[in-house]
Write a protein that binds this ligand. Structure first.
Ligand code: FES
Ligand code: MG
Length: 579
């Protein structure tokens, strides 16, 4: 099946800029000629924006300048006119306090970049964690045809014959170093071997989870999310994106025809089956809401309970990395295992249905992509907890935590800030036992600020030295998708705005019952009421600029942390430029 052509050159959005015989259009045409193009290059052709999140402080996108050339090759071949525009890079590695503070800035920039410019279609180039949701959120709102080009994972890490996984092995060896088991020379070797090429983190961290979600939603070419960044297939995929977006413009294949409730559900199922990053919860909800699809934490918990985890990729899986996943058949092969659970009629950027895209997908290695009959875990990518500590929900990744914590009760050790925790955690006289529940608060969307990835709270050195590597930890922060452990995250409402986590005191008993999806502090209602009266809100972090705006408009984790005024349904939609 292919889609009928719906547009002629006169209907192109860009025709508004270039076609009229008036002074403004004269200016637009003459400025493209200033760039060395002739009318034959652009008149009557779909103008395709390549929104490129390249930056020299985003190592994950180091190949994007070259990749944009592959995309252009495809666009010109298919009879389109390509223009490359920079987009905010939102790099995960260098941005302080957290890249999450800027996901919505990218989304706003994308929306306005598209709205204000003569673009008929867009290729979105992203991959490093927040870039996928940022680009997709903005593009959904902007409403022109888009295709997502995922950066692809970097090569496997390697040091001294050991395979290294992004993030996960950094945490693991850091704990060993704190225990005195890793020499300076080994630490240097690990540092040089853990990130060997362009591309995103090659564990199933936030980046690979989010690009898989974009793929499963139908926003990428089929299976594009699994292709390693430096594989020549990635270049070919780039050119294919360029060729395809031109046809998508003629077909008027806009995101609202693709990102439907069924496509969001498909994406959520696939996320669960990959052992997704907990960050997926926040981003998936935010993207869905942009498309007018209500997705709740409870919907995700319900899917988490029934979806087997079949991607044996770290950190939830045991042995493999994204490169292995690609060679085992990649996302198409994984989705083919889930055929019976997915809505195969969803339309995708190919102009075909998801079912058609999955035809012929083969699993080449059943240890990496497991059959449903032999999952890594029968359920448990994500679970949502509720209780008097988190009335609006909290998230945990059961598959990544020691099962002995699934039902756990212990005394809280509460830190009010990350620096306070950092200062105390290596004090070997710290009053902790393996049963202690470590708590960090003021780390949510407003408190962090930006809900930093602090949620895999460090195990106190006193316990590390005794050989412990996991304990129950609770925060209103997020954690990296490459993290692991018994970490309860995204506690909502957050403590900074007076959520119940703000009322917890060191020594209070905390109880988690994962099978019952409960998280409670065992403190009486009267006592909590007293503490609530005594609570004073902390000083705001920002009194000007972006942070001020962020603090006023960001929603809580259970609503996706979008800005209230950017959500679908807020106010009248922006119109086309009228001058
Ligand atoms: Fe970019 Fe992990 S730092 S994907
Ligand atoms: Mg990450």
């Amino acid at each position: 099946m292919s889609l009928p052509r719906r547009k002629d050159p006169a209907d192109l959005r860009s025709a508004r800029w270039f076609a009229p015989d008036d002074l403004r259009s004269f200016g637009h045409r003459s400025r493209l000629m200033q760039l060395g193009y002739s009318e034959a290059d652009f008149m009557g052709k779909p103008v395709i924006g390549i929104l490129n999140t390249w930056s020299e402080l985003n190592a994950c996108h180091a190949h994007f300048r070259e990749r944009a050339q592959d995309v252009k090759r495809g666009i010109f071949q298919a009879g389109g006119f390509a223009v490359e525009l920079p987009s905010l890079s939102v790099d995960e590695s260098f941005t302080k306090p957290t890249s999450m503070l800027y996901r919505n800035m990218l989304a706003m920039e994308v929306e306005e970049n598209i709205r204000s410019h003569p673009l008929d279609g867009v290729v979105l180039m992203g991959g490093c964690d927040k870039t996928t949701p940022g680009l997709v959120m903005g593009a959904i709102t902007a409403g022109v045809p888009v295709i997502y080009l995922p950066a692809g994972p970097m090569l496997r890490g390697n040091y001294a014959g050991r395979v290294l996984g992004s993030g996960s092995d950094a945490w693991k060896y850091w704990d060993e170093r704190r225990a005195g088991n890793v020499s300076d020379a080994e630490w240097q070797g690990l540092q040089g071997g853990i990130a060997r090429s362009a591309g995103v983190c090659m564990t199933m961290g936030t980046a690979s989870t989010m690009t898989a979600i974009a793929d499963a939603m139908g926003l990428t070419l089929p299976g594009a999310s699994s292709i390693p960044a430096v594989d020549s297939g990635h270049q070919r995929m780039g050119a294919d994106c360029g060729r395809r977006i031109v046809d998508m413009v003629w077909e008027d294949l806009t995101p609202d025809r693709i990102v439907t409730a069924a496509a969001v559900r498909n994406a959520a199922i696939v996320a669960m089956a990959t052992g997704c990053s907990t960050n997926a919860v926040v981003h998936l909800i935010a993207m869905a809401r942009r498309a007018g699809v209500e997705l709740s934490l409870d919907d995700l918990d319900a899917l988490g309970r029934v979806t087997p985890l079949i991607a044996n990729v770290r950190p939830s899986g045991k042995d493999y990395l994204m490169e292995d996943f690609f060679h085992a058949g990649g996302l198409r092969a994984l989705m083919a295992q889930l055929r019976d659970r997915l809505d195969l009629d969803c339309l995708t950027v190919t102009g075909r249905t998801m079912g058609e895209n999955l035809e012929g997908a083969v699993v080449w290695n059943e240890d990496v992509i497991r059959p449903l009959s032999n999952p890594v875990y029968a359920e448990g990518s994500l679970a949502v907890l509720r209780g008097n500590l988190c009335p609006d929900g909290a998230v945990i990744k059961p598959a990544a935590c020691d099962p002995k914590f699934h039902i756990h009760e212990g005394p809280a050790l509460v830190f009010d800030s990350y620096p306070a925790m950092k200062a105390a955690i290596d004090d070997e006289t710290l009053d902790v036992t393996p049963d202690t529940v470590l708590v960090l608060r003021n780390a949510g969307p407003l408190g962090g600020p930006g809900m930093p990835e602090w949620g895999m709270l460090p195990i106190p050195k006193a316990l590390i030295k005794q050989g412990y590597r996991d304990m129950l930890r609770i925060s209103d922060a997020r954690m990296s998708g490459t993290s692991y452990g018994a970490c309860v995250l995204h506690v909502a409402p957050e403590s900074f705005i007076g959520g119940p986590l703000a009322l917890l005191k060191t020594g209070d008993l905390v109880r988690m019952d994962l099978p019952a999806r409960r998280l409670d502090m065992l403190v009486s209602e009267e006592e909590l009421a007293r503490r609530r009266t005594d609570w004073t809100p902390p000083q705001p972090h920002f009194e000007r600029g972006w942070g001020w705006m962020f603090s006023r408009h960001v929603t809580q984790a259970d609503k996706g942390c979008d800005f209230d005024f950017l959500e679908r349904g807020f106010g009248r939609a922006a119109g086309e430029p009228d001058i």
